[in-house]
Write a protein that binds this ligand. Structure first.
Ligand SMILES: Nc1nc2c(c(=O)[nH]1)N[C@H]1C(S)=C(S)[C@@H](COP(=O)(O)O)O[C@H]1N2
Ligand SMILES: [Mo]
Length: 236
């Protein structure tokens, strides 16, 4: 059976493929560890530690979902595969590391130093994945290898690439310096157009949209430079 994609949410415009994208500061940062995913678990936990090979014990799942960047581009019908976050939490994180019962504020970290946060209740949603494959291929460095978060009901800035760790806290706090807070939202739900704070979501569409071209070109150039440097390293 062929499913047609859901209609695009307000303010979003479809593009054919997933660019390498993000906040400009991260354009030239890349993951150091590409083979076995390693997820450190910390914060207010009974015991801090790292998950790696254990992830292989979790049942694999696949899902098709649309991806929505806050700057207003979307890619429809991406086929992700990996592990359900809710299952990883119940099967590995909770029993091994014992986050405090009220530790509902989760800081999600990438190998490139990128960080964001989500309430645990949002992460436990039905289609939040720790993904290692996209469209039937292993994830590439462009799109978050070796492991990334995929939270399709939230704007793309919650879907941390190069996922390296999660910290669980009882009391929420601000991740971003005050002058960047307007462009992030503690939840970032797409259906409520939670693009940022202080300005309505519809106004932020128009503020963000002009950045799409320059940002995607910058990220593409940096990836190209990076791949060239890696190839040169391997040939010497
Ligand atoms: N580690 C990391 N994760 C990140 C980002 C980043 O710069 N670094 N950018 C975010 C933003 S703003 C978006 S839209 C998506 C882009 O994912 P893509 O590069 O696979 O398109 O990744 C998100 N996750
Ligand atoms: Mo984004």
């Amino acid at each position: 059976m062929v499913h047609s994609p859901p209609p695009l949410p307000p303010g979003q415009q479809s593009r054919p493929n997933l660019p390498r994208f993000g906040m400009m500061t991260y354009a030239d940062r890349f993951p150091a560890k590409l083979s076995q995913p390693e997820l450190s678990v910390g914060g207010q936990v009974t015991r801090a530690g790292v998950l790696s090979a254990e992830l292989g014990d979790v049942e694999r799942v696949e899902q098709t979902a649309d991806f929505h960047c806050v700057t207003s581009w979307s890619v429809q019908q991406l086929r992700w595969s990996g592990f359900s976050f809710a299952q990883v939490y119940r099967q590995l994180i909770k029993p091994r590391f014992g986050p405090f019962p009220d530790a509902d504020f989760v800081v999600i970290k990438g190998q490139d130093g990128y960080r964001t946060s989500l309430p645990l209740t949002d992460l436990m949603g039905p289609n939040v994945l720790l993904a290692d494959r996209l469209n039937d291929e292993p994830l590439t460095v462009a799109n978050g290898a070796p492991l990334r978060l995929v939270a399709p009901a939230h704007y793309g800035y919650k879907s941390v690439k190069y996922l390296s760790g999660m910290d669980f806290w009882v009391d929420p706090f601000e991740i971003r310096p005050w002058y960047l807070r307007w462009m992030t939202h503690p939840r970032g739900r797409v259906d409520r157009e939670e693009r940022g704070r202080g300005l309505p979501g519809w106004a932020l569409r128009y503020l963000f949209r002009p950045s799409i071209g320059p940002v995607s070109r910058l990220f593409k150039r940096r990836l190209h430079d990076h791949n060239r440097a890696v190839a040169k390293d391997q040939s010497t």
